[in-house]
Ligand binder design. Sequence first.
Ligand SMILES: [Zn+2]
Length: 106
Amino acid sequence: MSPRRSRRRDPFDRGGRAGTARPVGGTVTGIENVEEGSDGEWVVRTVTGGGTDKVYRCPGCQQEIQPGTPHLVTWPNWADGEGERRHWHGGCWRKRVDRGPGRTRY
Ligand SMILES: [Zn+2]
């Protein structure tokens, strides 16, 4: 159990006027890592899930990720990869990465 932050101070204030469907960039705050998978490099961003009303569908388990649920946003780490963004449960992403005995075929 984690104590809930009652403060809702967003350091990256969006200026209130949301609603434009911008592809990416600055609207989701979080920590970014680059992970290497069998299918290339992936940017993995941890998000709190706060500040949005959107429900996402996790491609790992096909379940919905409810607003306010901390999860991961991933996309391929190559040009235009951000268009391929996917929202994953943390556990589902790990399972994806761990899948297989680590065979790599080059
Ligand atoms: Zn999932």
